[in-house]
Ligand binder design. Structure first.
Ligand code: TYD
Ligand code: MG
Length: 458
């Protein structure tokens, strides 16, 4: 007889406790504990031993004797995905792709599968959410007619394991981890213990068979993959899909990558025929810019190794409220409050009686301090109602004394601005001094303070 026991598990970190508490002792999050029933088999140890190997039977190898081709990369044929993965899919790698429902995870992965199948790889697409017919419908929409692409609609993990070992695909997709379950466990699919067990089983299969696997993970309301931390440390690569459903841009970001660098960004666009790569995101992001309007400034940010130009917009308008409104989209509101204070105190740009709205066009999130000066200039431009020149880009970190600090990788930012036809670049003085090469036709203005930057611009 199985004894039924209930435990409370944290949906954020997987911490388990026999009693409910309001705050998770593991990660400190509030209200994340959920009850799950776990049946304890009385003969659990014996049962475990019969269907689980105590180890993989691996023997220690000398580092120098390990053949180097164990981490061969296969390009996916989708350049932006390859960039984020660090060159392609690594044999035996387990990759988690997270994102809001409807953002395009299944679409992108089906396209990846088709490309790889086209290149002669064995592919298995396992879906626990959609029927084989629904996948066929999507494939038709994407105009995929590749032979050699297996589809399996299944969510019992034991059956999935059997099929994986039978077909031995080079690459498999599991869509999604929340729908997979192990029947011998009493808790419901999507619960913390199911997700953890499912992922560890998939990981073992990957490492044993050399199959590379993409696992889809849905994101909870507060923006983390359900059961996030425990999943993140188990897998090799964690990618997040971001973007507005209203806008058609999709940003794919690496949060963790055992095989490459993180902070790389892939830019896609959702079209009627699936995800298309955006090879030239700076141009796209600036394409709707209102040239000659006050309150708009161009900033060159760095996303990993890639410079990305974006349009930083501010609108200041007379406030009729006791405490004026500050609405910020795409930047840190605390940082904006600081910059407004610096503008007021160090550059005489008063906004105490103004509602200030900040928006970074294209759904980007500015997290670099290097964006400070561009934000200041945008606000000042709106306060003065004077436009910044259309061929001007601005970068620099702003300190509390109103001083401008250097930005990293200035050379690359300058080159990208020049490539897109910007001829006047306002940069920190120290960066200007250190620049090895100034592109032809570009004027570099080095500045020391916010005050100076405003006086050269307006
Ligand atoms: P999907 O890949 O199912 O999202 P996820 O797996 O992340 O939940 O994408 C669904 C959305 O994408 C849906 O709103 C329809 C849209 N879509 C397109 O715009 N173009 C296409 O070619 C496809 C297949 C879907
Ligand atoms: Mg899906």
């Amino acid at each position: 007889m199985a004894k039924v026991k209930s435990v409370y598990a944290c949906t954020a970190c997987g911490y388990e406790t026999p009693r409910w508490v309001g705050r998770c002792p593991g990660c400190g999050a509030w209200n994340t504990l959920e009850e799950s029933i776990s049946a304890v088999q009385e003969k659990a140890p014996a049962k475990l031993a019969s269907n689980q190997r105590p180890g993989t039977g691996a023997v220690p190898l000398l580092l120098k004797d390990i053949p180097e081709d164990t981490a061969l990369r296969t390009p996916t044929g989708i350049s932006e995905l390859d960039r984020v993965l660090g060159g392609g899919i690594v044999e035996g790698g387990l990759m988690l792709i997270g994102g809001d429902p409807g953002i395009g995870k299944s679409t992108l992965l089906l396209q990846v599968c088709a490309n790889l199948a086209e290149a002669g790889k064995r592919i298995l697409y396992i879906s626990g959410e959609e029927s084989a017919r629904q996948i066929k419908l999507r494939a038709r929409r994407l105009e995929i007619e590749t032979p050699g692409l297996y589809v399996l609609a299944e969510n019992a993990l034991d059956a999935v394991e059997t099929r994986l070992r039978e077909i031995q695909p080079d690459v498999a997709v599991v869509d999604s981890i929340q729908t997979m379950y192990r029947p011998e466990m009493a808790s419901a699919p999507g619960s913390v213990s199911q997700i953890r067990e499912s992922t560890s089983l998939l990981m073992r299969i990957c490492k044993e068979t050399g199959t590379a696997m993409f696992v889809v993970g849905h994101v909870t309301k507060d923006g983390a993959i359900a059961g996030p931390r425990m999943l993140e440390h188990m897998v090799d690569v964690v990618l997040y899909f971001e973007g507005d459903r209203q806008q058609d841009y999709r940003l794919l970001r690496a949060v963790k990558n055992r095989f490459g660098s993180v902070n790389e960004l892939g830019v896609f666009r959702m079209t009627g025929k699936g995800m298309q790569v955006v090879p030239n995101p700076s141009e796209e992001l600036l394409s709707h810019r209102a040239k000659g309007a006050s309150g708009s400034t161009v900033f060159c940010g760095m996303e990993g190794s890639r410079p990305l130009l974006c349009d930083v917009q501010a609108l200041a308008s007379q406030s009729y409220l006791n405490s004026p409104r500050r609405t910020v989209n795409g930047a840190d509101p605390g940082r904006i409050a600081m910059l407004l204070a610096v503008l007021e105190k160090r550059a005489g740009q008063r906004s105490y009686n103004q509602d200030v709205y900040i928006n970074v066009a294209g759904g980007l999130e500015l997290s670099e301090p290097a964006a400070d000066l561009a934000l200041c200039v945008a606000v000042a431009s709106s306060l003065k109602d004077q436009a910044v020149g259309a061929e001007t880009a601005v970068m620099g970190e702003v300190g509390l004394a109103g001083e401008i600090r250097t930005v990293p990788q200035c050379e690359r930012r300058v080159a990208e601005c020049a490539r897109l036809g910007f001829t006047t670049l306002v940069v920190p003085r120290e960066n200007a001094r250190r620049l090895q090469k100034v592109p032809e036709g570009v004027r570099i203005l080095g500045v020391d303070t916010v005050m100076q930057a405003l006086s050269v611009l307006f």
